[in-house]
Structures are given as C-alpha cells and as structure tokens.
Design a protein around this ligand. Structure first.
Ligand code: MN
Ligand code: MN
Length: 320
C-alpha cells in the first residue's frame, strides 16, 4: 500500500471536475522534488507534433489528456488491479520542446528521459505525435535494444519523406531499428491497415524480421490468440509498448491526424493491453491524440483509459 502522498485525490473527497488537473490526479513533481527518488512510474507529457506530415494537433494532447484523466478512478474494474497501491506514481510534468526545431526537440526529450532513467523511474508517456517514441527510446535503450509491442494502423517504418527528411511520425521505428534501439526480431506491430504509398515499409519489416499483424489477421484470429503470439515474440526481456490512438477505429477515436477505418472498437482497445500483463515493461506511450479533431472529447477519454490499462500492467510488473 502506498502512502497518501502518492495516492490520487479521490472523487469521494474532491469532485473530479474540481482542482488543478494532473495525470490521474497524481502529485506533480519535477526532478528537484525532495521525494523524486521514491517514484517508480512517472507519467510524462510530450506536447509536440513537429513530426506530423498531415493533420496536426497532438501538441495539445497532454493538456487534454490530463483533463480527461481526472475521470479515472483508483481500481481497474475488469482486473481488480489497483495500480496506485502497487507502485508509487507521479505526474512529472511536460518535456518542453522547441516547436521550431525538430533536432533540438529530440535532444531535449532524450535528455529528460536520460534523467528519468538515471532515477530508475519507468515512464508512461502521453504524446505528442509518434516521432516522440524515437527520442524516448534513445534514452531507454541506451545499453541494449528493447523488444516492442506496437499498436497502430501504420508501421511508421518508412525510410524518409519529401525526398530525404528522415525524422517524421512515419519513420520513428525505422530509425530505432537502424540505431540499434529495437531488436527487430522482438518487435510486433498490430492493427496495420489503410491505403499505403507502396511496400517500402513492409519490405523493410520483412527484411529485418519484424512481425506485422494486419487488421484482417487480427479479426480472423481474435484478441486472445494474437496477443498470445505477441507475448511470445517479446518474451521476458525488457519491452516497450507504443500505442498510437489511430489503432482504434475512428468511430471511437476520431481525434487523430491519420485515421483509418475498419479498426478495433474501444473494448478491444483495452483488451489488447490487459493481455500484456506480466511482461517486462521498460516503458510505454500513448500518442497521436489530436484535440482540435476531437470535438466530443471521446478520443482523449479513450486515450487516458488506455493509459490507465497500461499503468495497471506496468504497476503489476514493477511489483516484485
Ligand atoms: Mn504511429
Ligand atoms: Mn498511426
């Protein structure tokens, strides 16, 4: 049982619409906080979308996700897990990017996560567009490559855009494999669909041994079977979980830059995370929520609900 300092404010004490919104109503702490060394899981916002090639907006994601996250209660109704009792969690604030300089932003993000990992904190990140994952992985996989379970409509494995631009939200995992941050044989991508430019990304996946599970296969086999294979691929070694909200059908998650129809519903969106309980989780992110395209607020609420499921399996894996 964690002590009250690290316990989110209950809606039974202060109504959930009241108070300054932090992630899941956790204490907000910076790296100079006297109790930072006690934190086990850090929730971090990366308000940045400079890697976006089409409809922008994820720079507004963390603020909207924090607001929506005040809806989250302490206990997972499906699994019974109480993450805030299992691990000391805190909102570590936002990484301040430089919206006019993509390389400078990536350096700032990596520096933030370098500090975070030096304090043995496991990060749960709210993006930001999907390029956010690359500078995070540069810090987390500094010593050895990670496995990855990646939920997305897109592979994000393209070589470059616009005749040679190497850093966009369509290229982060190509760079991560090239830089030795991911072990491609322990990477699985789930939910891939939609029209494509060509086979350049999937050819790369095949060449390096990334397992790609298209949406047709996902629906034909079902959640339990697909996720059992995903668990086998990443094994017991340290694994990153990257969750692009456009994995979910745009009926449930319209507020994103690159929606693709024919996807999982909001129940399946949560189920796939629960199926990863017990993995050796080095960190996780939820990216591509774009509030300007989220007029109902449903995308942000689904986003934080996914973050809560991620937090539950992370807290479970943090506990000996
Ligand atoms: Mn993506
Ligand atoms: Mn995507």
């Amino acid at each position: 049982m964690t002590e009250s300092f690290f316990t989110p404010i209950s809606g039974m004490e202060l109504p959930r619409f009241a108070g300054v919104p932090s992630f899941m109503r956790l204490p907000v702490m910076d790296f100079d906080h006297p109790r930072i060394s006690e934190v086990q899981i850090g929730l971090v916002g990366v308000p940045w979308d400079s890697g976006t090639t089409n409809r922008p907006g994820p720079r507004h994601g963390p603020r909207q996700l924090r607001d929506a996250s005040t809806m989250i209660r302490a206990q997972n109704g499906a699994t019974g897990v109480r993450p805030f009792d299992l691990a000391r969690c805190a909102d570590l604030g936002d990484v301040g990017p430089n919206p006019a300089d993509i390389i400078d932003s990536m350096e700032r993000i990596t520096a933030f996560y370098d500090t975070l990992t030096s304090k043995n904190i496991v990060p749960l990140t709210a993006g930001g567009d999907h390029l956010t994952s690359l500078p995070v992985l540069r810090a987390l996989a500094k010593d050895s490559p990670l496995g990855m379970v990646h939920f997305d409509s897109h592979t994000d494995l393209y070589h470059s855009y616009f005749g040679g631009t190497m850093y966009t939200h369509g290229t982060p995992f190509r760079r991560a494999v090239e830089e030795g941050l991911l072990d491609p044989k322990r990477v699985v991508q789930i939910g891939i669909r939609g029209s494509t430019y060509d086979d350049e990304d999937t050819d790369f996946a095949k060449a390096v041994g990334i397992r790609l599970i298209r949406i047709e296969e996902f629906f034909a086999r079902g959640v339990a079977d697909v996720m059992a294979e995903a668990r086998e691929i990443v094994g017991t070694t340290p694994t990153y979980i990257s969750y692009d909200i456009d994995f979910v059908d745009p009926t449930f998650a319209p507020g994103t830059g690159t929606p693709e129809v024919g996807g999982p519903n909001s129940f399946q969106a949560l189920e796939v995370v629960r199926a990863l309980d017990g993995l050796n989780i080095a960190g996780a992110d939820l990216v591509e929520v774009s509030p300007p395209f989220d007029s109902s607020g449903n995308t942000a609420f689904l986003g934080v609900s996914i973050m809560f499921e991620l937090l539950c399996i992370m807290a479970d894996s943090t506990t000996p």
